[in-house]
Write a protein that binds this ligand. Structure first.
Ligand SMILES: [Zn+2]
Length: 233
């Protein structure tokens, strides 16, 4: 805790001066173009990993970067917190990209793989059910990349499963279909600090480098959104 308090003082003295204008500009509105869904793990630090500033990312984090699927009416089958973040990001902020970012050495994936959660953690056990399809897929179809250890193989498949869960929300699926929203699977490898992106054509996660960056950026381009009805008149 002491580190946090000293950090606040250090931020105010050393870093805040360079952010003052940005915060002032952001005080009344935010226009992030990306919803970033990642694990709560302390080693996954979204803004650091993608060099973003305040106002750039709308972030939703939870244990295992899970997205409970929705029913046909768009109601979450799990906790409504994740669904609320998705609705807010799309309908209020109008984001054009959603990224589900998993990571190596994820405790949630290790627990899901071995079906072992601590005693007195009924909520955690229930929550991890949203990763069950990934465990099933690893068992039935095998890993995307055999070089990784089983819990990391599961973590990669889990990203794909959560992308599918995202697509069960009509507000996501409709926009993906019309091309005004793109969804992507990323995976962060802690020991090297490298970020991987899922390459659909090759069915594997590949390191994002200066070479692949341009291709990924072009995939993120969306069609212009049609104006809300009230603005068409
Ligand atoms: Zn994790």
């Amino acid at each position: 805790m002491e580190k946090l308090i000293r950090g606040i003082v250090d931020f105010r003295d050393r870093l805040l001066p360079q952010y003052v204008d940005r915060f002032k500009e952001l005080s009344n509105r935010q226009t992030p173009d990306t919803l970033f869904i990642s694990c709560s793990d302390s080693r996954v630090v979204p803004d650091l990993l993608v060099s973003t500033d305040p106002g750039d990312l709308f972030v939703m984090r939870n244990v295992g970067n899970l997205v409970p699927p929705a029913t046909v009416t768009g109601d979450s089958t799990g906790d409504v917190s994740e669904a609320s973040a998705i609705e807010y990001a799309i309908l209020v902020l109008g984001v054009s990209s959603i990224i589900v970012c998993g990571h190596s050495e994820c405790g949630a994936m290790k627990a899901a793989l071995t079906s072992s959660t601590p005693n007195e953690a009924p909520n955690l056990e229930k929550w991890l059910h949203h990763a069950t399809s990934a465990v099933f897929r690893l068992d039935q179809e095998g890993p995307l990349d055999k070089r990784w250890e089983p819990h990391n193989q599961l973590s990669q498949l889990n990203v794909l499963v959560q992308l599918e869960h995202l697509n069960t929300y009509p507000i996501v699926a409709d926009r993906v279909k019309e091309g005004t929203l793109r969804i992507f699977g990323w995976w962060f490898e802690i020991s090297t600090g490298e970020m991987f992106a899922y390459n659909k054509g090759r069915r594997r996660f590949e390191v994002i480098t200066d070479k692949s960056a341009e291709r990924i950026i072009s995939q993120m381009k969306t069609k212009p959104k049609s104006l809300p009805k009230s603005e068409n008149h």
